[in-house]
Design a protein around this ligand. Structure first.
Ligand code: FES
Length: 165
């Protein structure tokens, strides 16, 4: 496991101190650490457990329960492909295959160069637009029709990797 730098540890300390005396602080702290660092390192779980008087195992259990928390750093760009039933029926697997091929990131993993993460998600609540994908927070409905999703992804890949893409 890679060591955290002083900046990251300082941010974790600040978040833990800010929520220490609030009700239900564990989730708040985890949300802030996730937002700040992009993932929840083990050191953060240790500090949160100590501050809230719980065990690291309990904090880890919370992290594993909620799909928005992750224990691994994400890539610079995150692509979510919905694999809910409506999206799956409308061809979401083709999108997964396409994103894997284009970015080099396997499902729920990050590409070797750290640029792209491909996350399979549950229903995003936009089934009428199936299949649905998200690139860096921007939603693309009917992602197999037209080229807007693929073109946007291609543009980002070109900008990041240049002619090697
Ligand atoms: S199944 Fe994909 S948005 Fe609902």
């Amino acid at each position: 496991m890679a060591k955290l730098n002083g900046d990251a540890l300082g941010k974790i300390d600040e978040i833990v101190a800010r929520h220490r005396n609030q009700a239900g602080p564990c989730i708040e702290m985890l949300h802030e650490v996730q937002n700040e660092l992009g993932y929840i390192p083990f050191e953060a779980m240790e500090k949160i457990a100590e501050a809230t008087g719980t065990s690291v195992a309990e904090v880890y259990g919370v992290v594993m329960f909620y799909s928005q928390f992750t224990t691994e750093p994400k890539g610079k760009h995150v692509i979510n492909v919905c694999l809910g039933t409506a999206c799956y029926v409308k061809g979401a697997q083709q999108l997964v295959d396409r994103v894997e091929k284009m970015t080099g990131a396997a499902v729920n993993k990050t590409s070797a160069d750290g640029l792209f993460s491909l996350d399979a998600t549950r229903c995003l609540g936009a089934c009428g637009l199936a299949p649905v994908c998200i690139i860096d927070g921007k939603v693309y409905g009917n992602a197999l029709m037209g080229n807007s999703f693929t073109n946007e992804l291609r543009k980002i890949i070109l900008a990041e990797r240049g002619a090697k893409a």
